[in-house]
Design a protein around this ligand. Structure first.
Ligand code: AQP
Length: 361
Protein backbone atom coordinates (compact mmCIF):
# COMPACT_ATOMS: atom_id res chain seq x y z
CA UNK A 1 0.00 0.00 0.00
CA UNK A 2 1.23 3.47 -0.86
CA UNK A 3 2.40 5.46 2.11
CA UNK A 4 1.54 9.15 2.18
CA UNK A 5 4.74 11.13 1.77
CA UNK A 6 5.86 14.60 2.73
CA UNK A 7 5.92 15.67 -0.93
CA UNK A 8 2.80 17.71 -0.50
CA UNK A 9 4.21 20.51 -2.61
CA UNK A 10 3.11 18.49 -5.62
CA UNK A 11 -0.30 20.12 -5.65
CA UNK A 12 -2.84 19.13 -8.25
CA UNK A 13 -4.81 21.31 -10.54
CA UNK A 14 -5.83 20.63 -14.11
CA UNK A 15 -4.27 23.05 -16.47
CA UNK A 16 -5.59 24.09 -19.83
CA UNK A 17 -2.39 23.94 -21.82
CA UNK A 18 -3.46 23.36 -25.35
CA UNK A 19 -1.47 24.45 -28.31
CA UNK A 20 -2.78 24.69 -31.83
CA UNK A 21 -0.72 23.60 -34.77
CA UNK A 22 -1.00 24.23 -38.46
CA UNK A 23 -3.33 27.16 -38.73
CA UNK A 24 -3.38 26.99 -42.51
CA UNK A 25 -7.10 27.11 -43.00
CA UNK A 26 -9.29 30.02 -44.02
CA UNK A 27 -10.09 33.02 -41.81
CA UNK A 28 -13.79 32.11 -42.07
CA UNK A 29 -13.20 28.82 -40.34
CA UNK A 30 -11.07 30.42 -37.64
CA UNK A 31 -13.87 32.78 -36.68
CA UNK A 32 -16.75 30.35 -36.74
CA UNK A 33 -17.32 27.90 -33.85
CA UNK A 34 -15.07 24.89 -33.97
CA UNK A 35 -16.27 21.56 -35.28
CA UNK A 36 -14.23 19.16 -33.18
CA UNK A 37 -13.73 15.52 -34.11
CA UNK A 38 -11.64 12.83 -32.50
CA UNK A 39 -11.75 9.05 -32.20
CA UNK A 40 -10.61 6.30 -29.92
CA UNK A 41 -10.35 2.57 -30.60
CA UNK A 42 -12.34 0.21 -28.36
CA UNK A 43 -9.25 -1.90 -27.80
CA UNK A 44 -9.28 -1.92 -24.01
CA UNK A 45 -9.53 0.45 -21.07
CA UNK A 46 -7.77 3.71 -22.00
CA UNK A 47 -4.37 4.27 -20.41
CA UNK A 48 -2.67 7.44 -19.18
CA UNK A 49 -1.36 8.13 -22.70
CA UNK A 50 -4.86 8.12 -24.19
CA UNK A 51 -6.11 10.20 -21.29
CA UNK A 52 -3.39 12.88 -21.23
CA UNK A 53 -2.81 12.90 -25.00
CA UNK A 54 -6.45 13.03 -26.03
CA UNK A 55 -9.35 12.59 -23.60
CA UNK A 56 -8.34 15.37 -21.17
CA UNK A 57 -8.31 17.84 -24.06
CA UNK A 58 -11.69 16.55 -25.21
CA UNK A 59 -13.17 17.35 -21.81
CA UNK A 60 -11.65 20.85 -21.87
CA UNK A 61 -13.01 21.56 -25.35
CA UNK A 62 -16.55 21.06 -24.06
CA UNK A 63 -16.17 24.29 -22.08
CA UNK A 64 -16.42 26.28 -25.32
CA UNK A 65 -19.38 26.50 -27.67
CA UNK A 66 -18.16 23.84 -30.04
CA UNK A 67 -19.88 21.19 -32.14
CA UNK A 68 -18.15 18.07 -30.90
CA UNK A 69 -17.99 14.51 -32.24
CA UNK A 70 -16.22 11.70 -30.41
CA UNK A 71 -16.25 8.45 -32.29
CA UNK A 72 -15.57 5.00 -30.91
CA UNK A 73 -13.76 3.72 -33.96
CA UNK A 74 -14.57 0.03 -33.92
CA UNK A 75 -13.76 -0.42 -37.63
CA UNK A 76 -10.18 0.69 -36.92
CA UNK A 77 -10.05 -1.86 -34.11
CA UNK A 78 -10.65 -4.67 -36.63
CA UNK A 79 -7.10 -4.21 -37.90
CA UNK A 80 -5.93 -6.41 -35.02
CA UNK A 81 -7.51 -9.67 -33.74
CA UNK A 82 -9.57 -9.65 -30.53
CA UNK A 83 -10.59 -12.42 -28.15
CA UNK A 84 -13.56 -10.53 -26.74
CA UNK A 85 -16.43 -9.19 -28.88
CA UNK A 86 -15.59 -5.64 -29.93
CA UNK A 87 -19.14 -4.43 -29.14
CA UNK A 88 -18.59 -5.26 -25.45
CA UNK A 89 -15.48 -3.11 -25.44
CA UNK A 90 -17.42 -0.29 -27.11
CA UNK A 91 -19.76 -0.02 -24.12
CA UNK A 92 -16.92 0.00 -21.62
CA UNK A 93 -15.27 2.76 -23.68
CA UNK A 94 -18.48 4.82 -23.44
CA UNK A 95 -18.42 4.30 -19.65
CA UNK A 96 -14.79 5.45 -19.49
CA UNK A 97 -15.40 8.56 -21.57
CA UNK A 98 -18.36 9.58 -19.41
CA UNK A 99 -16.33 8.88 -16.25
CA UNK A 100 -13.57 11.18 -17.55
CA UNK A 101 -16.06 14.01 -17.97
CA UNK A 102 -17.42 13.69 -21.50
CA UNK A 103 -20.95 15.07 -21.30
CA UNK A 104 -23.38 13.61 -23.87
CA UNK A 105 -25.36 16.87 -23.73
CA UNK A 106 -22.29 18.75 -24.97
CA UNK A 107 -20.65 16.10 -27.16
CA UNK A 108 -21.92 13.58 -29.68
CA UNK A 109 -20.53 10.16 -28.72
CA UNK A 110 -21.12 7.55 -31.42
CA UNK A 111 -20.08 4.22 -32.86
CA UNK A 112 -18.24 4.43 -36.18
CA UNK A 113 -19.50 1.17 -37.72
CA UNK A 114 -23.14 2.29 -37.41
CA UNK A 115 -22.53 4.98 -40.04
CA UNK A 116 -21.68 3.47 -43.39
CA UNK A 117 -20.74 6.86 -44.89
CA UNK A 118 -17.35 6.58 -43.11
CA UNK A 119 -16.48 3.65 -45.35
CA UNK A 120 -17.94 5.25 -48.48
CA UNK A 121 -15.90 8.41 -47.97
CA UNK A 122 -12.83 6.36 -47.15
CA UNK A 123 -13.09 4.71 -50.56
CA UNK A 124 -13.53 8.06 -52.27
CA UNK A 125 -10.45 9.48 -50.51
CA UNK A 126 -8.41 6.38 -51.26
CA UNK A 127 -8.88 7.27 -54.93
CA UNK A 128 -7.16 10.61 -54.22
CA UNK A 129 -4.21 9.54 -52.06
CA UNK A 130 -1.14 7.87 -53.56
CA UNK A 131 0.03 4.54 -52.18
CA UNK A 132 3.58 5.87 -51.85
CA UNK A 133 2.31 8.47 -49.41
CA UNK A 134 0.78 5.72 -47.26
CA UNK A 135 3.98 3.65 -47.45
CA UNK A 136 5.79 6.57 -45.78
CA UNK A 137 3.51 6.70 -42.74
CA UNK A 138 5.64 6.06 -39.65
CA UNK A 139 2.98 3.94 -37.92
CA UNK A 140 2.65 1.76 -41.03
CA UNK A 141 6.42 1.29 -41.20
CA UNK A 142 6.58 0.34 -37.51
CA UNK A 143 3.58 -2.00 -37.64
CA UNK A 144 4.64 -3.73 -40.84
CA UNK A 145 8.13 -4.18 -39.38
CA UNK A 146 6.77 -5.63 -36.15
CA UNK A 147 4.63 -8.12 -38.13
CA UNK A 148 7.56 -8.96 -40.44
CA UNK A 149 5.82 -7.52 -43.50
CA UNK A 150 2.67 -9.57 -42.86
CA UNK A 151 0.57 -6.57 -41.80
CA UNK A 152 -2.95 -6.56 -43.25
CA UNK A 153 -4.29 -4.15 -45.86
CA UNK A 154 -6.53 -2.51 -43.23
CA UNK A 155 -3.45 -1.34 -41.33
CA UNK A 156 -2.09 0.14 -44.55
CA UNK A 157 -5.26 2.08 -45.38
CA UNK A 158 -6.04 2.92 -41.73
CA UNK A 159 -4.98 6.60 -42.14
CA UNK A 160 -7.41 7.04 -45.07
CA UNK A 161 -10.33 5.78 -42.99
CA UNK A 162 -9.13 8.13 -40.25
CA UNK A 163 -9.23 11.06 -42.73
CA UNK A 164 -12.75 10.03 -43.76
CA UNK A 165 -13.84 9.96 -40.09
CA UNK A 166 -12.65 13.54 -39.65
CA UNK A 167 -13.68 15.04 -42.98
CA UNK A 168 -17.15 13.48 -43.03
CA UNK A 169 -18.13 15.94 -40.27
CA UNK A 170 -16.20 18.83 -41.90
CA UNK A 171 -14.16 18.97 -38.69
CA UNK A 172 -12.05 22.09 -38.17
CA UNK A 173 -10.12 20.89 -35.10
CA UNK A 174 -8.82 17.47 -34.13
CA UNK A 175 -7.46 16.94 -30.59
CA UNK A 176 -5.01 14.00 -30.60
CA UNK A 177 -1.75 12.78 -29.12
CA UNK A 178 1.34 13.65 -31.11
CA UNK A 179 1.71 10.08 -32.42
CA UNK A 180 -1.08 11.12 -34.81
CA UNK A 181 0.61 14.25 -36.20
CA UNK A 182 1.64 12.65 -39.48
CA UNK A 183 -1.84 11.20 -40.05
CA UNK A 184 -3.33 14.63 -39.51
CA UNK A 185 -0.93 16.16 -42.01
CA UNK A 186 -2.14 13.56 -44.48
CA UNK A 187 -5.72 14.57 -43.71
CA UNK A 188 -4.95 18.23 -44.44
CA UNK A 189 -3.25 17.22 -47.67
CA UNK A 190 -6.18 15.06 -48.80
CA UNK A 191 -8.68 17.81 -47.94
CA UNK A 192 -6.66 20.28 -50.02
CA UNK A 193 -6.41 17.87 -52.96
CA UNK A 194 -10.14 17.15 -52.87
CA UNK A 195 -10.99 20.87 -52.72
CA UNK A 196 -8.69 21.64 -55.63
CA UNK A 197 -10.14 18.89 -57.77
CA UNK A 198 -13.86 19.04 -56.98
CA UNK A 199 -14.44 22.49 -55.41
CA UNK A 200 -14.04 23.73 -51.86
CA UNK A 201 -15.90 21.53 -49.38
CA UNK A 202 -13.60 20.43 -46.56
CA UNK A 203 -11.84 22.70 -44.04
CA UNK A 204 -8.18 21.74 -43.54
CA UNK A 205 -8.43 20.54 -39.95
CA UNK A 206 -6.13 21.99 -37.31
CA UNK A 207 -4.33 19.48 -35.09
CA UNK A 208 -4.72 20.24 -31.38
CA UNK A 209 -1.91 18.84 -29.29
CA UNK A 210 -1.33 19.45 -25.60
CA UNK A 211 2.23 20.70 -25.64
CA UNK A 212 2.87 19.32 -22.17
CA UNK A 213 2.03 15.71 -22.83
CA UNK A 214 2.79 15.13 -26.45
CA UNK A 215 3.58 11.45 -26.06
CA UNK A 216 3.40 9.33 -22.92
CA UNK A 217 5.91 6.50 -23.01
CA UNK A 218 5.76 2.89 -21.90
CA UNK A 219 6.81 2.45 -18.26
CA UNK A 220 8.79 -0.67 -19.19
CA UNK A 221 10.39 0.57 -22.40
CA UNK A 222 10.73 4.36 -22.48
CA UNK A 223 11.62 4.25 -26.17
CA UNK A 224 8.08 3.13 -27.15
CA UNK A 225 4.78 4.86 -26.56
CA UNK A 226 2.38 3.66 -23.90
CA UNK A 227 -0.10 1.45 -25.75
CA UNK A 228 -3.32 -0.47 -25.06
CA UNK A 229 -2.46 -3.47 -27.16
CA UNK A 230 1.32 -3.58 -27.16
CA UNK A 231 3.81 -4.10 -24.37
CA UNK A 232 3.65 -5.69 -20.93
CA UNK A 233 0.72 -5.07 -18.58
CA UNK A 234 3.17 -3.17 -16.32
CA UNK A 235 4.01 -0.79 -19.19
CA UNK A 236 0.72 1.12 -18.94
CA UNK A 237 -1.45 2.67 -16.26
CA UNK A 238 -5.08 2.00 -17.07
CA UNK A 239 -7.83 4.32 -15.95
CA UNK A 240 -9.43 1.48 -13.94
CA UNK A 241 -6.23 0.45 -12.13
CA UNK A 242 -6.41 0.25 -8.34
CA UNK A 243 -4.23 2.49 -6.14
CA UNK A 244 -1.93 -0.46 -5.45
CA UNK A 245 -1.60 -1.34 -9.12
CA UNK A 246 -0.69 2.25 -9.97
CA UNK A 247 1.86 2.40 -7.20
CA UNK A 248 3.36 -0.93 -8.22
CA UNK A 249 3.63 0.05 -11.90
CA UNK A 250 5.28 3.39 -11.12
CA UNK A 251 7.63 1.79 -8.58
CA UNK A 252 8.77 -0.65 -11.28
CA UNK A 253 9.00 1.97 -14.04
CA UNK A 254 12.31 1.71 -15.91
CA UNK A 255 14.54 4.71 -15.24
CA UNK A 256 18.38 4.68 -15.23
CA UNK A 257 21.42 4.64 -12.94
CA UNK A 258 21.46 8.36 -12.15
CA UNK A 259 19.68 9.17 -8.91
CA UNK A 260 18.97 12.91 -9.38
CA UNK A 261 15.60 13.99 -10.77
CA UNK A 262 16.48 15.86 -13.99
CA UNK A 263 14.55 16.35 -17.22
CA UNK A 264 16.42 15.08 -20.26
CA UNK A 265 14.05 13.31 -22.68
CA UNK A 266 16.89 12.23 -24.98
CA UNK A 267 19.34 10.76 -22.44
CA UNK A 268 16.93 10.01 -19.59
CA UNK A 269 13.59 9.19 -21.28
CA UNK A 270 12.27 7.07 -18.38
CA UNK A 271 12.67 9.84 -15.78
CA UNK A 272 11.50 12.52 -18.26
CA UNK A 273 8.34 10.46 -18.88
CA UNK A 274 7.56 10.36 -15.15
CA UNK A 275 8.13 14.10 -14.87
CA UNK A 276 5.87 14.73 -17.85
CA UNK A 277 3.10 12.57 -16.38
CA UNK A 278 3.50 14.32 -13.03
CA UNK A 279 3.44 17.78 -14.57
CA UNK A 280 0.30 16.96 -16.59
CA UNK A 281 -1.53 15.92 -13.45
CA UNK A 282 -0.59 18.95 -11.35
CA UNK A 283 -0.09 22.67 -11.82
CA UNK A 284 3.69 22.24 -11.61
CA UNK A 285 5.97 22.87 -14.55
CA UNK A 286 8.81 20.50 -15.40
CA UNK A 287 11.33 23.03 -14.03
CA UNK A 288 9.43 23.43 -10.76
CA UNK A 289 9.31 19.67 -10.30
CA UNK A 290 13.07 19.31 -10.88
CA UNK A 291 14.11 22.20 -8.66
CA UNK A 292 11.76 21.19 -5.84
CA UNK A 293 12.97 17.59 -6.02
CA UNK A 294 16.53 18.91 -5.71
CA UNK A 295 15.57 21.09 -2.72
CA UNK A 296 13.98 18.07 -1.05
CA UNK A 297 16.98 15.90 -1.94
CA UNK A 298 14.80 13.26 -3.62
CA UNK A 299 16.34 10.47 -5.61
CA UNK A 300 14.38 8.88 -8.45
CA UNK A 301 13.10 6.09 -6.16
CA UNK A 302 11.64 8.60 -3.69
CA UNK A 303 10.40 10.79 -6.51
CA UNK A 304 8.38 7.89 -7.94
CA UNK A 305 6.30 8.03 -4.76
CA UNK A 306 5.34 11.63 -5.45
CA UNK A 307 4.40 10.75 -9.05
CA UNK A 308 2.32 7.78 -7.89
CA UNK A 309 0.53 9.96 -5.38
CA UNK A 310 -0.41 12.54 -8.02
CA UNK A 311 -1.60 9.85 -10.46
CA UNK A 312 -3.60 7.98 -7.81
CA UNK A 313 -5.34 11.14 -6.62
CA UNK A 314 -6.24 12.07 -10.19
CA UNK A 315 -7.45 8.65 -11.30
CA UNK A 316 -9.36 7.62 -8.17
CA UNK A 317 -12.57 9.62 -8.93
CA UNK A 318 -12.48 8.56 -12.60
CA UNK A 319 -12.24 4.89 -11.58
CA UNK A 320 -15.07 5.25 -9.05
CA UNK A 321 -17.32 6.85 -11.67
CA UNK A 322 -16.39 4.21 -14.25
CA UNK A 323 -17.30 1.40 -11.84
CA UNK A 324 -20.65 3.05 -11.22
CA UNK A 325 -21.44 3.55 -14.91
CA UNK A 326 -20.16 0.33 -16.44
CA UNK A 327 -22.95 -1.77 -14.88
CA UNK A 328 -25.66 0.51 -16.29
CA UNK A 329 -25.78 -1.04 -19.75
CA UNK A 330 -29.11 0.55 -20.64
CA UNK A 331 -27.81 4.06 -20.00
CA UNK A 332 -24.62 3.44 -22.00
CA UNK A 333 -26.60 2.04 -24.92
CA UNK A 334 -28.93 5.04 -24.86
CA UNK A 335 -26.01 7.50 -24.89
CA UNK A 336 -24.48 5.68 -27.81
CA UNK A 337 -27.63 5.32 -29.89
CA UNK A 338 -28.67 8.94 -29.35
CA UNK A 339 -25.19 10.09 -30.34
CA UNK A 340 -25.16 7.82 -33.36
CA UNK A 341 -28.51 9.17 -34.57
CA UNK A 342 -27.22 12.75 -34.37
CA UNK A 343 -23.91 11.94 -36.07
CA UNK A 344 -25.68 10.02 -38.82
CA UNK A 345 -27.74 13.07 -39.71
CA UNK A 346 -24.61 15.17 -40.38
CA UNK A 347 -22.82 12.30 -42.08
CA UNK A 348 -25.66 11.60 -44.50
CA UNK A 349 -26.15 15.26 -45.33
CA UNK A 350 -22.45 15.79 -46.08
CA UNK A 351 -22.13 12.52 -47.97
CA UNK A 352 -25.09 13.43 -50.22
CA UNK A 353 -23.37 16.70 -51.15
CA UNK A 354 -20.10 14.89 -51.75
CA UNK A 355 -21.70 12.29 -54.02
CA UNK A 356 -23.05 15.04 -56.15
CA UNK A 357 -19.73 16.95 -56.21
CA UNK A 358 -17.77 13.93 -57.47
CA UNK A 359 -20.43 13.07 -60.04
CA UNK A 360 -22.02 10.00 -58.47
CA UNK A 361 -25.48 11.59 -58.56
N1 AQP B 1 1.19 7.07 -25.53
C1 AQP B 1 0.39 8.04 -25.90
N2 AQP B 1 0.68 9.32 -25.56
C2 AQP B 1 -0.15 10.34 -25.92
N3 AQP B 1 -1.29 10.14 -26.64
C3 AQP B 1 -1.60 8.88 -27.00
N4 AQP B 1 -2.62 8.34 -27.69
C4 AQP B 1 -2.47 7.01 -27.78
N5 AQP B 1 -1.35 6.63 -27.16
C5 AQP B 1 -0.78 7.77 -26.67
C6 AQP B 1 -3.73 9.13 -28.23
O1 AQP B 1 -4.94 8.51 -27.78
C7 AQP B 1 -5.95 8.72 -28.77
C8 AQP B 1 -6.71 7.45 -29.02
O2 AQP B 1 -5.82 6.44 -29.46
P1 AQP B 1 -6.35 5.13 -30.19
O3 AQP B 1 -7.33 4.44 -29.36
O4 AQP B 1 -6.83 5.49 -31.55
O5 AQP B 1 -5.16 4.18 -30.35
P2 AQP B 1 -3.65 4.36 -30.60
O6 AQP B 1 -3.26 5.73 -31.00
O7 AQP B 1 -3.21 3.28 -31.53
O8 AQP B 1 -3.17 4.11 -29.12
P3 AQP B 1 -2.99 2.80 -28.33
O9 AQP B 1 -3.39 3.06 -26.95
O10 AQP B 1 -1.62 2.32 -28.55
O11 AQP B 1 -4.03 1.77 -28.92
P4 AQP B 1 -3.82 0.40 -29.65
O12 AQP B 1 -2.86 -0.38 -28.81
O13 AQP B 1 -5.18 -0.18 -29.66
O14 AQP B 1 -3.28 0.66 -31.02
C9 AQP B 1 -5.25 9.26 -30.03
O15 AQP B 1 -5.51 10.63 -30.14
C10 AQP B 1 -3.79 9.03 -29.75
O16 AQP B 1 -2.98 10.05 -30.32
Amino acid sequence: MLRRTHHRFFRKKLLHRITTQRRNFSEDVKESPKVVFSGIQPTGIPHLGNYLGAIKQWVDLQKEENEIYFSIVDLHALTIPHEEKICEKVLSMVATLLACGIDPKRSIVFKQSEIKEHVMLSWLLSCIVQQNTLKNMIQWKEKSKSTRNAANLGLFTYPVLQCADILLYKATHVPVGNDQTQHLELCQDIARKFNNRFGTFFPEPVTLIDENCTKILSLRDPFSKMSKSQGHELSRINLDDSDDQIWNKIKKAVTDNTSAVTYDPIRRPGVANLIQIHSSMTDLTVNEICSRSEEEGLDTGQYKMAVAEAVIDHIRPIRAEYEKLVGDREHLETVLSEGTTKAKETAQKNWNELRSMVGLT
